[in-house]
Design a protein around this ligand. Structure first.
Ligand SMILES: Nc1ncnc2c1ncn2[C@@H]1O[C@H](COP(=O)(O)OP(=O)(O)O)[C@@H](O)[C@H]1O
Ligand SMILES: [Mg+2]
Length: 256
């Protein structure tokens, strides 16, 4: 079963800016895919299309249902989106209320909601945070809490926009561990190519709203040419002493 199928999918903002231009790809259920590319290439826009926050032109199917107005409530249940800025996701006085918000809206009974909140907090490593206020948490803790708000709704597909941006090492590691152990279909955007290599078997490179490469992480993320053509750098792990030396001498030549 395909989690996502897009064919000739395009999106332009109301001011006319084309953000995605006729992209086609599919993601089998259970796959983890990282979308990478320079700033402004359309990564965040694509995330917002996946659960209908924005609606593009062309075909977009989620778990074989095409995204249209009548299917939107079902698709919003299936696709959980974790935004880049946790403050877009946390707005209640306590973490409990923030995480309970989604399950309560799904009409679940109070007992199950409590259980969902507890499980979600445990899954992201924030046990016991129920009574805390998001205003008094660190950025990293808020990021994990925003992930918990999505986990609690038990979506079949989770889309994350830059999940490790601005995180310190320990919170970054927590997110990586969470991504690795999660059995769901995961689609994430990132500039953190080492994280992509650690968590996703597949990478798609977007540039100027178009797919310029799509393949296995191990292969694409070791292809320095294609990465540099798209303003990306080899993951640190791929930078062998030899490749670093070669890269630096190339830079010297370019800077002359
Ligand atoms: N709200 C908006 N209104 C108009 N243009 C936008 C808006 N948000 C993003 N864009 C433009 O759409 C393109 C894709 O942006 P985005 O999806 O945010 O890229 P990325 O996440 O890859 O940095 C860029 O040209 C950006 O300037
Ligand atoms: Mg973005």
């Amino acid at each position: 079963m395909l989690a996502v199928k897009a064919e000739n999918l395009s999106y332009s903002y109301p001011d006319g800016t084309p953000a995605l231009q006729e992209i086609s790809f599919s993601v089998p259920e259970g796959e983890k895919m990282a979308i990478v590319g320079p700033n402004g290439s359309g990564k965040s826009t694509l995330i917002t299309l996946l659960n209908g926050v924005r609606q593009g032109k062309g075909l977009l199917e989620i778990l074989s249902l095409s995204l249209n107005r009548s299917n939107l409530p079902q698709i919003k249940q299936w696709v959980g989106v974790v935004f880049q800025n946790p403050d877009d996701q946390l707005f209640c006085p306590t973490i409990f209320e923030d995480i309970a918000f989604g399950p309560l809206n799904q009409g679940l009974p109070a007992d199950e909601v409590r259980q969902r909140v507890e499980n979600a907090l445990q899954s992201v490593g924030l046990e016991g945070y129920q009574k805390r206020s998001s205003f008094h948490l660190s950025f990293g803790e808020r990021k994990l809490a925003s992930l918990a708000t999505v986990v609690a709704m038990d979506p079949r597909i989770i889309a994350l926009d830059e999940p490790t941006s601005n995180l310190d090492l320990s919170h970054r590691r927590k997110i990586i561990r969470w991504l690795q152990k999660n059995p769901h279909t995961i689609i994430l955007t990132t500039h953190d190519l080492d994280m992509a290599l650690d968590t996703c078997q597949r990478v798609m490179i977007l540039n100027k709203g178009k797919i310029v490469a799509d393949g296995r992480s191990q292969e694409l993320l070791s292809d320095r040419m294609i990465l540099e053509e798209n303003d990306l750098e080899l993951p640190l792990r791929m930078q062998t002493p030899h490749s670093v030396k070669k890269f630096k001498s190339m830079q010297k030549i370019n800077n002359r």
